[in-house]
Design a protein around this ligand. Sequence first.
Ligand code: ZN
Length: 737
Amino acid sequence: MTRHWPLVAGAVAVLVGGSARAQQPIRGFPADALATQVKNEQFVRSVPNADTLRTQMRILSEDPHEAGTDRSRHVAELILARFRSYGLPARIERFEALMPRPVTRSLTLVAPDTFTATLKEPALPEDKDSGDADQLPTANFYSPDGDVTGDVVFVNYGVPADYKVLDSLGISVKGKIVIAKYGGSWRGIKPKVAAEHGAIGCLIYSDPKDDGYWVDDIYPKGPMRPWQGVQRGSVMDMPTYPGDPQSPGWASEAGARKLPMSEVKTIAPIPTLPISYGDALPILRALGGPVAPESWRGALPITYHVGGGPARVHLVLKFDWQVRPLYDVIAQIPGARSPDQWVLYGNHHDAWVNGAHDPISGQVALNEAARAIGKLLKTGWKPARTIIFAAWDGEEWGLLGSTEWAEKHADELSKSAVAYFGSDTNEQGWIGISGSHSLEEFARQLARDIPDPKRGKSVLAAVLERRGARRPQPRDTVTAAGHGATNDHVAAPADTAYTIGALGSGSDYTAYIDHLGIASLNISYGGGARSGIYHSAYDSFDFFTRFLDPDFTYGVLEAQTLGTAILRMADAPILPFEFGHAARTYRRYANEIEREANRNPATKGLDLSDVYAALDQLDAAAAHYERALAPLDRMSAADVRRRWKALAPINQMLYGTERALTDARGLEHREWFKHLLYAPGFYTGYGVKTMPGIREAVEDVPNKDVAQREAARIAAALHRYAGEVEKAATALEAALR
Ligand SMILES: [Zn+2]
């Protein structure tokens, strides 16, 4: 049986700032060390400040700063100067990547009427940034060049299930141009699936039902997407590999080897262009054919038809296919006791346009956490382990800066990385944590210890209360505006239990967890505000401060939460990994897959007994580990300090456990992805597929032989994982004796 919570003594009173309050145990610290740890954490939480966040957001979102430009370098240099002003050793690491910018974009309805799409977001007098010079034109990046003319077919969200419906209606997209709504999947899936069905071009538009006037008033009156608002975005085939398309698996530094374009696998297969609902309306209105199924219809004032034709469009796209520079900003604080154990925290700094929300809301919180750690350093404190803050470039294009850095430092990271903490956008709402389940208990304790000043309770209590009110939750929903690390998408089984979702893709943690097997958590606040400005010119300071987090309460909370997280991970005498939650969660995945397999004759009888045997072994190892850890609580802080050297290799075993879940051969058809438990779905993109090898052979392309072969690989990985946990338990038992 799984033991849910660690066996440690009950609450102890800790004297903080003159007032005693009950402090629950913090995993990895003996009771005797709690007072110091809590004092440091409270110090770090006292630093982040709403005015600083506001000022920083104003500065960093002043101009459009897409990657590959001097404006992105300027933002990187501002962050570098900030890090240095906090007393942190910091540097810029430069990479480069293929970042094609559009040269020609044109879309014309040529029949039955004529209409030329505007492809331009107008400036709004109410928002000065919306009229900035240098805005990146609206486009889908890593679309190929093309000049295509064809009848139009409306394909709903353009995911595989939608093509089954089209088949049942007798409608083919072969030789045609599809128009798909944003949402329902990572956008890069839409051209991929359309091309698999023979389409020659792909338009993607934002329907007002999903993030426009059907939801709320449009900007500037309200927060939703206006008529000419466009969601830019990458259509790189990220589920195959992220990062520079020409250097999968190695760093794209100046002069490094590059794949010839003929061998690049991540450029979209057909010309693809994002458009506003204002530009989509004349095209959709001109469609004939059957009326669209009810669930496909949006909120435009028309009857939605599927086509094909008589609407016919001419789409011309041309890009410059240039290699451009990337500027990652790295601040590294060497650990005083274990400098070769690294705790990482990253956010991206590049935006599609001004990007006050995406990514500056997350970046300014990271800067505040760094400032807090810098202030703590000035009191004489030193982290036991090395702390690395990273501001990544080129995330929007395809996780470029974070991936290239991970590939460059892969050997050191494999040996030294304890955990990766990620963030991206942040706004008012509830805490959302997704990631490795060996850190689920760590995540619960973290959320437990962060007070939400607006709700007068911990952010954990707030999110559990909300889940209770909202149950049942759909699993792994992906919205039109999502980054994929969706908030609380797995229902809590009971109010006392806190569960985290798994990570798919869609932000910079991808290289760390999926490629290198580093335990990761993505942490941000959200879900408390509506907005329809994602990846548009209206993602501005004015918008953010009107609708998303006007008083920066949740920016402060984000900085406090991440500051606390890295402080715990950097200073815990024994790293706060826990394995019972992982065993329980992985068993749930196996159960889901087994049920699904038995529903389909093509996979019925799939034998997962070896997976279950490995999970039984993991249950036993997790329980053994809890027994081994229990004596820690009774040790003195001085005694633990004396044993630091003896504990170091055990800590290395602990963070090494996540590596055991990887396989050097990677996933089938996408070897860059090494983690066998978590991956972005090949046909969902952002959306996670857990145990992807088996699950995709059951859910996507049912094949019992493939599923059985993948089950053997996953079982072997889980046996290895359980073995590593057992080894750590045995070593810890000896060390704490
Ligand atoms: Zn982002």
